[in-house]
Design a protein around this ligand. Structure first.
Ligand SMILES: *Cc1c(COP(=O)(O)O)cnc(C)c1O
Length: 375
């Protein structure tokens, strides 16, 4: 029987944590803490421990996590920050909002992630940082990138907004760089019931500055003393409680994502159609299941006909988007070619067996069509 497979459906996940969240909601109404408070501190401790860092600072969203990290490190006007062209626009937005200039780098043709060569090629005397993006849930090669960054004296910042719990050589993302930036937008692997984000770091000065910047530049423990030009980027109490409830289940959900992707790969076993590769050393958490089709738009239409919703991450590389093309410096052939081929398949931890089966059947059919027609 054919079912309609949505790209994402968070209903079952929400039901799984609903009781915990109801209890937290009642408690919150009792305490009168709506922004910050004990629930936020508790989640920050849990998230830092999970990532393997000394501190986590909750903020309003992932974009603020990036912008405020750069600002807290004193990176801004006159500075350049390297960023892969193949990322969600928010990574680049964070750089521009800090006042710095993005330097776009090309990516690896198999993983579509930033490479050491891509980073090295983008560095100029004004470059002072790199934002490594663990796109689709896969950590980039942090050893190779870390040594290029160290040699060039760059601060390494991780954008782990798609990589909650992913690891490189056994160590969790967010713990390699000076800071790791996370989004807890509802559709991320760990998602709130609204917008939320965090920065993890083991640098106590950075953590303290971030706590000030997110709260109108206040000095810690002071209400009236504003020591920085900050902003309002505080984490809501209820969102922290939702995140604590979901964190208990995150590893199980990641295991389920991995099992589903293994089924998809098996369905493509005897086909030349590729998935974005997983590098040795990377523990992928599969935020997205990204395949590569020579004629992507046609493949997407075929999946739609077969009742399978798909999406594209991302159809236009950031250096070709109008507000950011002023920062581009030549072609980035791999990112540009990938943009016309990437196709994301439905993936969420609570997919049902008929839904998974239907995607696998559709994959077989669309892959055959792509081979037969040479596109
Ligand atoms: C989602 C995302 C962000 C931004 O997070 P928001 O919470 O939506 O601001 C940044 N970088 C990447 C790679 C993302 O996927």
């Amino acid at each position: 029987m054919r079912v309609q497979v949505p790209f994402m459906d968070l209903g079952a996940m929400t039901r799984q944590v609903r009781r915990d969240v109801d209890i937290a909601w009642e408690a919150m109404l009792g305490t009168g803490d709506f922004v910050g408070g004990a629930a936020v501190e508790r989640f920050e401790e849990q998230w830092a421990r999970y990532c393997g860092t000394h501190a986590a600072v909750g903020v309003a969203n992932g974009t603020d996590a990036i912008t405020l990290t750069l600002r807290a490190l004193g990176i801004g006007p006159g500075d350049e920050v390297v960023v892969p062209a193949n990322t969600f626009v928010a990574t680049v937005e964070g750089i521009v909002l800090s006042g710095a200039r993005p330097r776009f780098a090309d990516v690896d043709p198999d993983t579509l992630l930033l490479t050491a060569d891509g980073l090295a090629a983008a560095i100029t005397p004004r470059t002072c940082a790199v934002i490594v993006v663990h796109l689709y849930g896969q950590p980039a090669n942090l050893d190779a990138l870390g040594s290029v960054a160290a040699r060039a004296g760059l601060v390494l910042i991780e954008d782990a907004a798609q990589a909650h719990g992913a690891a490189w050589m056994g160590r969790r993302t967010g713990s390699f760089g000076r800071a790791g930036c996370f989004s807890f937008y509802p559709g991320k692997n760990l998602g709130a019931f609204g917008d939320a984000g965090a920065v993890v770091t083991s640098d106590p000065v950075l953590a303290r500055t971030l706590r000030s910047l997110r709260n109108h530049g206040r000095q810690s423990a002071s209400h009236y003393l504003h020591i920085n030009v900050g902003t309002n980027s505080r984490l809501d109490t209820i969102q922290a409680a939702v995140l604590s409830a979901k964190l208990l289940r995150l590893d199980g959900w990641t295991a389920s994502r991995r099992a589903i992707v293994a089924r998809y790969r098996k369905a493509l076993e005897r086909s030349p159609v590729r998935f974005v590769a997983t590098a040795p050393g990377a523990e992928h958490v599969h935020h997205l299941a990204v395949s590569l089709f020579p004629d992507r738009d046609r493949a997407a239409a075929s999946f739609a006909r077969l009742g399978v919703a798909t999406a594209v991450h991302y159809p236009i590389p950031c250096h070709l988007l109008e507000p950011y093309s002023q920062f581009a410096d030549g072609r980035l052939p791999i990112a540009e070619a990938a943009a016309s081929q990437v196709l994301s398949l439905p993936l969420f931890p609570h997919m049902t067996e008929p839904q998974i089966q239907q995607v696998c059947n559709a994959l077989g059919e669309v892959a055959t069509e792509a081979v037969v027609t040479g596109g």
